[in-house]
Design a protein around this ligand. Structure first.
Ligand SMILES: [Fe+2]
Ligand SMILES: [Fe+2]
Length: 308
């Protein structure tokens, strides 16, 4: 069974990567020193995250963000967090979830035309080449998108706007650096005075741990990892939780809410993001070959079965 996502988007930053070189292939490029280099075209032969007018998907992406910005309210996020914190949907291992996610092909991510497990493994393997000793980072890469199972019927079958796309804090003013910011005007929270100042219901430097983020696959997977007692270190959990927080890690917005630990963790997120974006390649990873290595990491950092 293949479940197709109708309207995903990992965000829209048109200005990025416009200088497409005429390259025939889109392999994970490894330089002479063995370091991972970002290929400049994606599986469709276009530059990454290119949501320009020439992109046929542009309109769909904009409509996606219109819905997301209208519907992601402070109350909605609170309800979602309460609901999913029960972890009463399934019991399965991390690897089983990787395979389950494989049933989802994200139709509208402009950079991705392969099963999700390939994206996970390509990201993880690329990082592994450059950071061989950071095994927690390899595992973080493998599991960072598992929360996309929220789109599957047995996990609530949430609409796209509640699963994917750039994330942002709720309960404070929507920063203008958010993509398609204009649609926040129609968000009911824009009329709530308490949510409309820069700090909103938070205090400066309170740390993202105390901030409610728009609901999606990042925060869900963070909750799953945390509630099941993972031993992943703080930067790993931060990457899982904030990898779609492009307003922060690409645009530098919302830094006034960070604490010192966030500042440290953000360095790792910047490293991770390079691989998350650019490892969406046509060159497939041999799943069976690398599986034993990732199984050993799963055993190290997670219980055999997790509640979801
Ligand atoms: Fe993601
Ligand atoms: Fe990803």
């Amino acid at each position: 069974m293949t479940i197709r996502l109708e309207q995903s988007a990992i965000g829209s930053h048109v200005e990025e990567k416009k200088n497409v070189h005429k390259e025939e292939t889109n392999e994970l490029v490894v330089a002479k020193d063995g370091a991972f280099k970002a290929p400049e075209i994606n599986a469709f032969g276009q530059s990454f995250r290119d949501y320009d007018v020439e992109s046929q998907r542009q309109k769909g992406v904009e409509e996606f963000y219109r819905l997301q910005h209208i519907n992601q309210t402070y109350d909605f996020v609170k309800k979602m967090r309460e609901h999913y914190k029960k972890m009463d949907k399934a019991e399965m291992s991390i690897w089983e979830c990787c395979e389950l996610l494989n049933e989802v092909v994200d139709d509208s991510d402009p950079d991705l035309d392969e099963p999700q497990i390939q994206h996970l493994l390509q990201t993880a393997e690329a990082i592994r080449k450059d950071y061989p000793n950071e095994d927690w980072l390899h595992l973080t890469a493998l599991i960072h998108d598992l929360g996309k199972i929220l789109t599957l019927p047995q996990f609530g079958g949430l609409p796209q706007w509640a699963v994917v796309g750039d994330t942002f804090p709720v309960g404070c003013a929507f920063d203008e650096k958010n993509i398609h910011h204009k649609y926040f005007k129609e968000n009911p929270d824009s009329k709530v005075a308490a949510y409309s100042t820069i700090d909103g219901v938070y205090t400066k430097g309170c740390g993202f741990d105390n901030v409610l983020m728009s609901w999606g696959h990042d925060d869900y997977m963070y909750m799953v990892a945390k509630e099941n007692g993972t031993t992943l270190p703080s930067p790993g959990l931060f990457i899982i939780r904030y990898h779609s927080f492009y307003p922060l890690h690409k645009e530098g917005a919302y830094t006034h809410l960070m604490n010192e630990e966030d500042v440290e963790n953000l360095k790792w997120l910047h490293i991770f993001n390079k691989y998350d974006l650019y490892s969406k390649s046509k060159v497939l990873v041999d799943v069976e070959k690398v599986k034993p290595y990732y199984q050993s990491l799963i055993e190290k950092y997670f219980p055999a079965k997790l509640k979801w």
